[in-house]
Design a protein around this ligand. Structure first.
Ligand code: PMP
Length: 384
């Protein structure tokens, strides 16, 4: 027999199955709120203007495709730093380019496992489903606490504080920096200002996942929680993604940053781990981001388009609530909210009303074009 006889079949990603069902649905008014990518008012996910311009520059000016190194594009990481951290002591910061936010999370998880095998990671639930296999594959142990109560649509801040108070020194806490996926329920500034010093006092290590900066309340506002955490804690890990805020999804652009007094030691470990995983990250997406951020004109264009995306999402949230106050999406931020619906109601929305959403009740608000809003609100009211 073969070693591979030991394998058993794995379930397909349920979201991919949903994409297939939506594609094969012939009904003209069908609404897709399943997939987690931004859509404009025409239902498209366009390449951003600054990205197109940067690609034209790269096509014209790039002289070689020779290797960079395990750290990837160092200038890319350097240019992102003020956008993410604001003012930060560069001597206490290290970072490497990674294949997407996913690669950053995995590299961070492996760094933690290398620091101490079997490290526990507190995580509020529900969370991005891939957090779980990703952390476990690196050898970490997840300790869930309740982040959001779907039935009451309330963020469970008391549960968060209780989890931190019950944790052991040396545990890690994984936090969504902004635009929580899948609930859209973010901590307020006041709540961050309570959490950040408490995490330090309890001796926990914060690991912040920042995958949607600029899509909630603006670039600076979306980093306020992270900056509070950095201000109070001696060491912080940050997994960053440029895939949503630059619309670069398939190019896989991200970075892992670590704030620490031993930045040099940590950087050497990040490089070693990157080499063992992917040797070097893919270049193109990071080169695009670097080209944009190195140009004041392209940076202004990117910021303006990102702001327009953010305002469109806010507009959809307000329009839905105006249509039916019982569907109040205005208390969450970013692309996602999670509706309180049963499995049967979610199936009826799909089968009877051609409204597609994840089985958890997560909706991508950006999946709604203006003319689909009344139909969506009516469909939800009809199944409730
Ligand atoms: N973290 C969260 C919370 C996410 O939602 C995602 C993407 N769905 C990621 C990380 C990973 O992003 P990327 O596509 O850049 O790997």
């Amino acid at each position: 027999g073969s070693i591979l006889d030991g394998l058993c079949a794995q379930p397909a990603d349920p979201l991919l199955a949903l994409i297939g069902m939506f594609r094969d649905d012939p009904r003209p008014g069908k609404i897709d709120m399943g997939v987690g990518v931004y859509r404009d008012a025409d239902g498209k996910t366009p390449v951003m203007a600054a990205v197109k311009a940067a690609e034209a520059i790269l096509l014209k000016d790039q002289q070689t495709k020779s290797y960079l190194g395990p750290e990837g594009d160092a200038r890319f990481a350097e240019l992102l730093t003020p956008i993410i951290f604001g003012d930060v002591d560069a001597a206490r910061l290290c970072g490497v380019q990674t294949p997407g936010g996913t690669g950053a999370l995995r590299l961070g998880a492996e760094l933690l496992a290398r620091g101490r095998a079997g490290t526990r990671v507190l995580v509020g639930t529900p969370t991005w489903p891939n957090h779980v296999p990703l952390m476990e594959a690196a050898g970490l142990k997840l300790v869930p606490f309740k982040h959001f109560d779907v039935a009451t649509q309330a963020l469970c801040f008391d549960e968060t504080l209780a989890a931190i108070n019950a944790a052991e020194r040396g545990d890690v806490i994984l936090l969504h920096g902004c635009c929580h996926n899948p609930t859209g329920a973010d901590y307020t500034v006041e709540q961050w200002n309570t959490l950040a010093p408490l995490i330090a006092e309890r001796g926990l290590l914060p690991f912040v996942d920042l995958a949607y900066q600029g899509l909630g309340h603006g670039l600076d506002a979306d980093a306020a929680g992270l900056r509070a955490v950095v201000a109070h804690n001696p060491e912080v890990l940050v997994a960053y993604s440029c895939d949503k805020n630059f619309g670069l999804y398939r190019e896989r652009v991200g970075a892992l940053f670590v704030v620490s007094d031993r930045a040099e030691l940590i950087q050497s470990n990040l490089l070693a781990l990157a080499r063992a995983n992917w040797s070097m990250p893919p270049d193109h997406g990071a080169a695009i981001v670097r080209t944009i951020l190195d140009s004041p004109e392209l940076t202004a264009s990117w910021r303006a388009e990102l702001d327009a995306m953010r305002l469109r999402i806010l507009g959809v949230r307000e329009a839905v609530a105006a249509h039916d106050p019982a569907i109040d999406l205005t208390r969450q931020s970013g692309m996602f909210s999670m509706l309180s619906l049963s499995t049967e109601q979610i199936r009826a929305l799909r089968e009877v009303h051609a409204v597609y959403m994840a089985g958890s009740g997560r909706i991508n608000v950006a999946g709604l074009t203006p003319d689909a809003i009344p139909a969506f609100a009516a469909a939800v009211a009809a199944v409730r």
